[in-house]
Design a protein. Structure first.
Ligand code: F6R
Ligand code: MG
Ligand code: MG
Length: 367
């Protein structure tokens, strides 16, 4: 049976700044999805990560279905109404455009979707980040799907040995989708030089080279490309089908133990360590730290089991402590050097006007 798995999310307002949506806001989104589920969906789950609310849905309408995207968009509009009523901060902030035109892409909400022939057992993980951008997934996806030192499964499992096809998007290009396809293992260095630049080149999807089956998708929208100014972080989502011909769930979650540095935190302009947290976790330190949740599911006929909260397990307590220590170490040097975003990212902030003004006062000293 061909199933489409869609994740659509947005921040449409939060309590106390950018910390968490209210219960009423999430209920408004959930109620709208519930009221339309019988018409359009096989199953759905609503979850939150920091100030973002995500709708995870199964259906048979394929990717980029206007009906599914409208359902999600209207649900976010309902959430926005509640956010306004309650005086939540940033009400409707991710709905950069409000008249729906067939797809949430380019309107503000993040989305990632894949259509596939459901396996007898269909394990997958739904990752959601807050206070960072889609490049946050470059490191863990590279390590799970391309790095045998991290994932010896690439050497041990016969079907994975043929490698994977990565589709990478240049997210700075705004006139359309500028993408490149690279095969591992032979193009691994080419892939590495792109993925190291995680603000510009972002993994969009990954497919198995032995079966052609899709295994991973990431939401790639950059809000500043839509609005032309800093409009909050993109707070990406990612779906990964696991096991058998794909990396094991454990091989997909283990790279998060690095607590790798990502761009995010206050004003989306600082480098902090990505902290793996439990579902529904909120935001605190320095409008952060950047967080990631991981919900593991199985499904049959598009019907979900309850989620396993993968980062709630005690192992991750140690990683959380490490992530906090790494973030504190970076914060000690304030705005200097590596602690702040690269200039290209700051171009969407007030820094650029100040530098422009100062530029007029620079003088070339006579010898
Ligand atoms: C939210 C974010 C926050 C805000 C900060 C200032 O995604 O990045 O750190 O940038 O709280 O927000 P304003 O300018 O709305 O007061
Ligand atoms: Mg926000
Ligand atoms: Mg957010």
């Amino acid at each position: 049976m061909k199933i489409t798995l869609s994740a659509i999310k947005a921040d449409v307002g939060a309590i106390a700044g950018h910390n968490a949506p209210s219960i009423a806001l999430v209920e408004a989104i959930a109620n709208h999805v519930k009221n339309n589920a019988a018409r359009l969906l096989i199953d759905y789950r609503i979850s939150t990560t920091g100030d973002d609310t995500a709708m995870l849905m199964t259906h048979t309408h394929g990717v980029n279905s206007p009906d599914i995207h409208r359902l999600a968009f209207d649900a976010l509009m309902k959430g926005t109404e509640v956010a306004k009523d309650q005086g939540l901060y940033g009400a409707g902030q991710d709905l950069l455009k409000t008249s729906f035109s067939g797809n949430v892409k380019g309107m503000g909400p993040g989305s990632c979707e894949m259509e596939f022939e459901e396996r007898e057992s269909e394990p997958f993980v739904f990752f959601a980040c807050d206070k960072t951008d889609p490049g946050a997934f470059n490191y863990p996806l590279f390590r799970s799907f391309a790095d045998p030192f991290h994932n010896a499964g690439l050497l041990l499992a016969p079907h994975m040995g043929k490698g994977f096809e990565f589709t990478v998007m240049d997210v700075n290009y705004t006139k359309g989708d500028r993408v490149i396809k690279l095969n591992t293992p032979e193009n691994i260095y080419d892939l590495a030089v792109l993925l190291r630049d995680q603000e510009r080149y972002v993994v969009e999807s990954i497919s198995s080279r032995s079966t052609g089956e899709i295994t991973a998708v990431v939401s790639t929208s950059r809000l500043h490309n839509i609005s032309g100014k800093y409009s909050g972080k993109d707070d990406p989502v990612c779906l990964v089908r696991t096991q058998k011909d794909f990396p094991a769930t454990g091989e997909v979650v283990s790279p998060y133990a690095t607590a790798h540095y990502v761009l995010g935190g206050c004003r989306g302009s600082h480098i902090l360590a990505l902290m793996p947290v439990k579902q529904g976790e909120t935001i605190s330190f320095f409008d952060g730290p950047a967080i990631v949740t991981g919900a593991g599911y199985s499904m049959r006929g598009g019907k979900f089991t309850e989620p396993v909260d993968l980062f709630a397990q005690p192992f991750w307590d140690t990683v959380r402590t490490k992530a906090a220590q790494k973030s504190l170490a970076m914060r000690e040097q304030g705005f200097f050097g590596a602690a702040m975003a690269p200039m290209m990212e700051l171009e969407y902030t007030g820094v650029v006007d100040r530098i422009k003004e100062l530029d007029k006062h620079f003088k070339i000293r006579e010898k």
